[in-house]
Write a protein that binds this ligand. Structure first.
Ligand SMILES: Nc1ncnc2c1ncn2[C@@H]1O[C@H](COP(=O)(O)OP(=O)(O)OP(=O)(O)O)[C@@H](O)[C@H]1O
Ligand SMILES: [Mg+2]
Length: 330
């Protein structure tokens, strides 16, 4: 099911994907790493953090530069565990009405129109507006019940009849007040709705939060979460990622590429290339029929890997060295 009530037209729709039947929780971090490996290459520290988050029912805060696989880890976990993924994309100005629920005013209006005969009967003989309002007040709760709610992602998670993976993506883009609101859900797995009271999650979700650290998360949020830092991978793991994403890529091309990218990341750049860009570059090179890297080919295609002209100039200035150096395995 896709929820088409996207909050901001510039953002992708909130996504509630139905996955394959839920599978048992892998019995160890290694087992989770292996289970993930058909769709995601996790290092052992990340697999351990995700496994503990599942076992301890604690949210996991994923921090790290852009394009290192934070969002994709949530997708991969949902897929691997056979759970639906509910995604809450954060942005400045995101509030409870867009994250949790809001009243469906249009539906409430429609019902008051359809029920106007009943309303007239109820208020017949009222001596004043105050009197009429008084007579109707008993019916008020009928309009503030679950029937008249628009469910946003967090409420969908709380009410879900099966365990889900909740991805609170780019939480650093939301305002600090929103973070404070998230705490109840993260710590208690419940939400409070004034008209309905406290709703407890039917099934504990696996919650992943991602941040690019555009601002620091509050201590209160950090305290409630386990933490994992995802960094650029060493060449050996980036090669495995390339081989997973581009089946059939020639080993020699893959090796040359990850070696070069790793050397590039060691430079002082405005924006280091991410894994996503390495994959894009590999696809472009394959399209061009390349089987390895040389100075000319790199200079011609750098625009796929690098997004700023000043970075392109820095790289072009040291191309021979970047092509031949063996990066240190981090
Ligand atoms: N460990 C990995 N295994 C497999 N694919 C990966 C891995 N890490 C990254 N990728 C690939 O890189 C792409 C970018 O990853 P993703 O969008 O998850 O990055 P991100 O850290 O969420 O970036 P941003 O901070 O910009 O949102 C993914 O679509 C995926 O194909
Ligand atoms: Mg992301």
């Amino acid at each position: 099911m896709t929820v088409n009530d996207s909050l901001d037209p510039t953002l992708p729709p909130l996504d509630v994907r139905k996955s394959s039947p839920a599978i048992a929780l892998p019995e160890s971090p290694d087992a989770l790493e292996r289970a993930l490996s058909h769709t995601y290459v996790a290092d052992s520290r990340t697999a351990l953090a995700a496994w503990l988050a599942l076992k301890l029912s604690r949210p996991l805060l994923l921090e790290g530069p852009a394009g290192v696989g934070k969002t994709d880890l949530a997708r991969a976990l949902a897929e691997t565990l056979g759970r639906p993924l509910v995604r809450l994309q954060c942005y400045e100005g995101l509030d409870e009405a867009k994250a949790l629920y809001e009243w469906d005013y249009a539906k409430q209006m429609l019902y008051t129109q359809l029920l106007r005969d009943s309303v007239s009967k109820e208020t017949a003989g009222a001596e004043s507006i105050v009197d009429a309002v008084e007579r109707l007040s008993g019916a008020e709760s009928a309009f503030f019940g679950k029937r008249f709610m628009i469910r946003r992602p967090l409420l969908q998670v709380i009410e879900s009849s099966e365990p889900v993976v909740l991805l609170v993506d780019e939480v650093d883009r939301a305002d600090p007040e929103f973070e404070a609101f998230l705490l109840e859900i993260l710590a208690e797995n419940q939400v409070t709705i004034p008209e309905l009271g406290t709703l407890k999650a039917v099934h504990l979700p696996l919650v992943l939060l991602t941040t690019n650290a555009t601002r620091d998360m509050t201590d209160a949020l950090r305290r409630r979460c386990l933490h994992a830092f995802l960094d650029y991978p060493p060449p050996s793991r980036e090669l495995t990622i390339l081989e997973l994403r581009i089946p059939g890529i020639a080993r020699s091309l893959g090796e040359a590429l990850v070696r070069f990218v790793s050397n590039v990341r060691a430079l002082d750049l405005r924006k280091a290339p991410s894994i996503a860009e390495t994959i894009d570059w590999a696809r472009a090179l394959i399209l061009l029929g390349a089987s390895g890297l040389d100075k000319e080919l790199v200079a011609q295609t750098l625009g796929v890997l690098i997004k700023y002209d000043e970075d392109r100039r820095t790289i072009e200035g040291s191309l021979p060295k970047l092509l031949t150096d063996t990066p240190a395995q981090r």
